[in-house]
Design a protein around this ligand. Sequence first.
Ligand code: AMP
Ligand code: GLY
Length: 429
Amino acid sequence: MKILVIGSGGREHAFVWKLAQSKRVSKIFCAPGNPGIGQIALNISIQASQLDQLVRFAKKEKIDLIIVGPEVSLISGIVDLFKKNHLNIFGPTEKAARIEGSKVFAKKLMLKYGIPTAKFAIFDDYGYAKTFLKTQKYPLVMKADGQCLGKGVMVCQDEKSAQRFLKLLMIDKTFGQSGNKIIIEECLTGQEVSFMVVTDGTNFVSLLPSQDHKPVFDGDRGPNTGGMGAYAPVPFIDKKLISRIEKEIIGPTISAMAKEGCLYKGILYPGLILTKDGPKVLEYNCRFGDPETQPLMMMLKTDLIDIFEAVLKNKVKSLRIKWFAGSAVCVVLTSKGYPGNYEKGKEIVGLTNLDKKNDLQVFHAGTKIDNGKIVSSGGRVLGITGRDKNLRLVIKKVYKTIGKKGVHFSGMQYRKDIGKKGLKKKLWN
Ligand code: AMP
Ligand code: GLY
């Protein structure tokens, strides 16, 4: 099979790495890809947003299967466009991708179908929202309806910061149309986990639960990022809790989408918070998570093609996914300054010293080739990802590869506590 992967981050590198091991795959293209992907696939210089060019390329090359990484492409209807052109593409349609594209759509869906989530109110009028904020208890959470490059959500500790964020969204229009509607919701507490499932719109199979680390600093301090590292599986999510999540959240969401006339096919990834009252949905994503996909691909034994095919042929009911034993972890190395303005163009040293075994990989994200050298070009630069017999061992193995004697670059920053929460046995300490 000829495959086209769309995207250029660590998630896409992990897909390509896994697909390259499949006997069923003869050629992999990646648009636009990155230097790490370029070592095992053919990068083509078309951006994920250049949908018409991507269609033309896929037709010309007679691509058998197209896999989309970034949500922006899915939300803007890439699946509909490719299907119209009789191309085999994996992912939800534009209508179904609204589950991530519009937080108001997602909240209304959850309310209508009794899916557990934070209590909320929706506003499209600045004056009403402003008055509402005066009567509330704090902290509370405010969210823009649309996509805001990960900056559209704020946990507001007091009214003053809430009023400031409200103005930013609705008056200053810092995120444009995305702030036309906003959600003000109850602030929940508990561990956050990523729960991805594969679905053909009727049946689903859950992937291993994973946990991201969004805040930039150790101990979950500092501003949120795209994700500073992840591990899978999550030891405190046992079979009983998985069944509960499937019964109360996943099943009802998939059937709700079908009832609403937007059959959901692809990866459904609710971000969950495990509260004392049970698991609740913080948000839905319409794609694989990044960095979570990096440890997940490393844990996955089943051929990734079998998973995509089960969805496209509506055969998820008979899909069985096999995983390696043990645990995998990914530590993201970022540029100095990230998630604010960050440095670029720093040479990355030590990449060739790493074991090229299947249980330790460097997935590239923000890198490029400059004068024959690999240099940093983004906020999240690399995802050092490993697998071992257990979480403690793999954490040790991955951190050992980072630093002056291993992989490093000038100004490199990373969290030193990725996976630590998974070492605790109990959920509530
Ligand atoms: P979201 O994009 O909706 O997942 O929000 C980004 C982050 O904001 C989440 O990962 C949480 O850390 C935080 N968050 C969102 N909603 C809530 C909530 N209702 N209560 C507490 N924290 C929240
Ligand atoms: N890891 C968070 C996300 O992919 O949205």
